[in-house]
Ligand binder design. Structure first.
Ligand SMILES: Nc1nc(=O)c2c([nH]1)NC[C@@H]1CN(c3ccc(C(=O)N[C@@H](CCC(=O)O)C(=O)O)cc3)C=[N+]21
Length: 300
């Protein structure tokens, strides 16, 4: 069998970014507000700093305002909640992203529920989680949807067209990726199975999948023999592993070289889902701004 087609997330994200940029320009040209994205990072994790900085930089490139809040590791929960309240009240801020994970002394659920659902560009507020969890098949996504899952579903729809009736197996049940991916694929009329660490005979379940989405944070966990020939494999994992030369490189949750020999489509790491996450954050920020301006929902 021929090697799998690469799903080029970087290229698709480039196009999406461009469309979002055009949407921002159009909104401002019509007298609308300039979209504003606020990011909040607690602590000085170097990888998180890089991500937050790249989000702010991209926002500015697309014509948005960016507000970066860097708080020390020992910030109290009350102090963080005060920053969130201030951003909720600021009319120039349309999107709020609190970088996760938060330090252990802060209750993440308490912070996420404090974010104004209309500014919740991560889609993690319980109101938005509930909207996605009760969406009708094919109904418009006219509320904030988690960025990585939204990116996954966009890539699959672009590669496969209609997903109707396909067997989708998701490896991982996190609130950040696995569960919202399941909701989006159910909305797209897939037959969805969510698997996890207690699933019996996981390889056999995975072999039933026309669509296999892997998000468990374990380096090259899914092997080629777990993949149905011709399936579409989406690798959400981003694992930084050391190289023999003393540097590091990124690898996914799927054994990529093996997958390429069996799958019909596969996303690379890097250059697959990662760039879509950031592009979808910009998309959510534009949409949140259009909604406060009272403009109708149009998918970009
Ligand atoms: N509230 C919140 N929302 C998030 O969306 C969120 C978060 N917290 N915490 C951390 C994770 C991680 N995350 C990534 C975004 C982009 C890439 C990305 O662009 N990756 C590139 C590679 C980048 C590199 O080289 O390091 C790629 O896969 O091609 C990766 C990871 C968003 N996250």
């Amino acid at each position: 069998m021929a090697d799998a087609k690469l799903i080029d997330g970087k290229a698709f994200a480039g196009g999406l970014r461009q469309r979002v940029g055009a949407g921002v320009a159009d909104l401002i040209a019509k007298g609308g507000p300039k979209p504003g994205l606020a990011t909040v990072l607690v602590g000085a994790d170097p990888a998180s700093q890089v991500y937050v900085r790249s989000k702010g930089k991209l926002a500015v490139e697309l014509g948005m305002a960016s507000f970066d809040h860097q708080l020390p590791e020992n910030t109290t929960e009350a102090e963080l909640l005060a920053v969130v309240a201030q951003l909720n009240a600021d009319p120039t801020v349309n999107g709020i992203l609190v970088q996760l994970p938060l330090p252990r002394h802060i209750d993440t659920a308490k912070v996420l529920i404090a974010i104004d659902p209309a500014k919740d560009v991560d889609g993690f507020h319980p109101v938005n989680v509930g909207r996605l969890g009760s969406i009708a098949p094919g109904a418009p996504l006219d509320f904030p949807v988690p960025c990585t899952p939204l990116g996954v579903s966009m890539l699959l729809q672009d590669a496969l067209g209609s997903l109707s009736g396909l067997n989708a197996v998701i490896v991982g049940r996190s609130n950040l990726v696995g569960r919202p991916v399941a909701q989006l694929l159910l909305r797209a009329d897939c037959t969805v199975t969510i698997t996890h660490s207690r699933t019996r005979d996981l390889p056999a379940v995975c072999r039933q999948a026309d669509i296999l989405v892997v998000a468990i944070g374990k380096t090259e966990f899914v092997k080629g023999g777990w993949i149905k020939p011709g399936a579409a494999v989406v690798d959400v994992g981003i694992n930084r592993i050391p190289t023999p030369e003393g540097k590091s490189r990124l690898v996914g949750d799927v054994a990529f070289a093996e997958a390429q020999k069996v799958a019909g489509y596969v996303t690379p790491v890097p250059g697959g889902v990662g760039p879509m996450t950031v592009a979808c954050l910009m998309y959510n920020t534009l949409q949140a701004t259009r909604r406060v301006a009272g403009l109708p929902f149009v998918a970009v």
